[in-house]
Design a protein around this ligand. Structure first.
Ligand code: GRF
Length: 201
């Protein structure tokens, strides 16, 4: 399966997805795109020979920016979009266009702590476990079906920063596995049977 990855920052999850694809994960990264031309992940992708696309959202309407991203994604031939630290809320139109084929990773055990600063909020609440979730993207922010989660134990002395670091290590294991399973589901007899049943109803 062909996948476009959208980033805004360091791109460590993008790198994890990419390296997994190089050692046999069932997908190929055909584009890394960013709304920040200075995102560190872009040069990493380039050095690995992956096509990149960067367009700042500044001065553009959300719908205009999304349309340009969408055009680049389509041109790349991607069948799926993986958001990996993409810090722009997408227009409903863009989300609906990729419904069922767009995934995101969020650093909390959803449905807890949607949105910003999940680690600080988990610490404040006294949670013993934090983690990350890969979910389908819907028009509700961080609200789509959860496809997989990884848990990380909170330790004494943890800060939002130490938690973010440990959760990220877990993210790098989680995202390639969940994306790989998701794009492979078409080969799964149970999944296909479910689809046939749904169509027959
Ligand atoms: C990750 O923690 C991800 O869960 C969140 O943004 C961060 C991106 O980090 N959505 P990176 O750019 O992949 O290193």
């Amino acid at each position: 399966a062909k996948v476009a990855v959208l980033i805004s920052g360091a791109g460590s999850n993008m790198a994890a997805l990419l390296y997994a694809s190089q050692v046999g994960a069932p997908y190929e990264i055909v584009l890394v795109a960013s709304n920040d031309p200075h995102a560190g992940g872009l040069s990493l992708a380039e050095s690995e020979g992956i096509p990149t696309f960067a367009l700042s959202h500044k001065g553009l309407k959300r719908a205009e920016h999304d349309a340009a991203m969408d055009a680049a994604i389509r041109k790349s031939g991607a069948q799926y979009v993986a958001l990996a630290g993409y810090m722009r809320v997408l227009s409903d139109e863009m989300v609906q266009r990729w419904e069922g084929r767009m995934l995101n990773i969020h650093p909390s055990l959803l449905p807890k702590y949607k949105g910003l600063d999940p680690h600080a909020r988990a610490l404040e609440a006294g949670d013993e476990m934090v983690g990350a979730s890969v979910h389908l993207v819907t028009t509700e922010l961080d609200g789509g079906e959860v496809l997989g989660q990884a848990q990380v134990a909170v330790m004494g002395g943890d800060t939002p920063e130490t938690l973010a670091h440990r959760v990220k290590l877990a993210e790098h294991q989680l995202y390639p596995r969940v994306l790989g399973d998701y794009v492979s589901r078409g080969n799964d007899p149970e999944y296909l049977l479910g689809r046939v049943r749904a169509l027959a109803l």
